[in-house]
Design a protein around this ligand. Sequence first.
Ligand code: AMP
Ligand code: ZN
Length: 471
Amino acid sequence: MYLYNSATHKKELFTPNDPNLVKMYTCGPTVYHFAHIGNLRTYIMEDILEKALRYEGYHVKRVMNITDVGHLASDADTGEDKMLKGAKRENKSVMEIAQYYTEAFFADCEKLNIKKPDIIQPATGCIPEFIAMVQGLLDKGFAYFAGGNVYFDTSKLEKYYVFNDHDEEDLNIGVREGVEEDTNKRNKNDFVLWFTKSKFEDQALKWDSPWGVGYPGWHIECSGISLKYLGEDLDIHAGGIDNAFPHHTNEIAQTESFIGHKWCNYWFHVHHLNTDTGKMSKSKGEFLTVSLLEQKGYDPMAYRLFCLQSHYRRNLVFSWENLDNAAVSYEKLIAKIAQLKNEGEVDTQALEALKEKFLTALRGDLNTSLAVTAVYDVLKAKTNDATKLAALADFDQVLSLNLLQAAAKLRDRQAQEEAASADPEIDALVAARTEAKKAKNYAEADRIRDELKARGIEIIDTPQGAKWRKV
Ligand code: AMP
Ligand code: ZN
């Protein structure tokens, strides 16, 4: 599989360290609010990546953190802890907020068929690991203690910016929101590994440490959790493009300094979901959630399809009109699949040819829109329905669009509707008309037709016999 690697700025053939096991880390949500559909775009595409790797035959061990401490309002280490902000907003404790929004996040993921990672680790559960890592960085001379906090010293690195092909806007995010200069920092890009001196006396969660009571910085969480569960050689690290800087840049700096060698081989970044006014963002207050889409009558699968129709390395603009188009496409697609009958033997040769197209799409830097086209190709293919159904079931292991389940549901609904509109009296009259026609009693046949017409029923003669419908 070829994947674009943000660290080398090239599409590369993906080769894991261990040919049978892919070690994958993904940055999880900061659980101070609901995830918006922009965040979920990132998780949908990471889900596709994981499933595509499994489809290729790899075992995947995937780890995700839950940020429940240390992510300050600005990615550049200033402002209030987002969790505390959320707790104040809702008059609850930080842990209550964390639990509530963690559950809400996974409920949204389930609606969108986003698989749960193998390991989910809240940051507050790994404090000793973070402390050990900070101590290691101090011992090796990559960190310093100033003004009560421990900072990473970026001047000790040969190269700090590794993702420098991003556009200005992406790189500036951490800096833009940081209105205050931290005078303890020796260099502009230094970042906090451990806080004790927070401006906010009411920081809810604090732990004892060699540097005083405090709490970890956001970046150390992902490094510590990844090292704990996936070891020192990571295959792939994923996140939204806004995480490339400063978050992932800092993760690389501290992890490689700590372990003393290269850490992660591939960096996978999903570009943003934007609205017409810019990036969708939780801190802006007003944002769209999966529940809101449902309230408006959208099937979450329509949103998943909407995301799959565009490439993960392009910004995607959300508008209701665009979502409507995806919803209509989804309905039509399911209606077509519902017409397939599970008849005949699967033609393995035809199935392999269909799969080949699908696999080629995934192998080309996860081209999901081409993968969706491969679904339409199945419907048009000159093969029997059993083969088509087998191909669709196969593709849906990655796409997770509920293709067959939704089609089965639609068929059930259609059968129920038909049953609900059944009327034995009308059926008997239609049968009597058929008998009259057979007996060449056309006057009687016409009389019955007229009687039914007067009752708002139209008879349709089909090769399978006379049917009727209400007009
Ligand atoms: P957060 O919960 O704020 O830590 O963000 C969770 C994930 O969503 C991170 O990987 C972010 O990079 C990503 N993200 C944030 N905003 C957007 C957006 N508008 N579109 C796509 N991904 C986003
Ligand atoms: Zn992270």
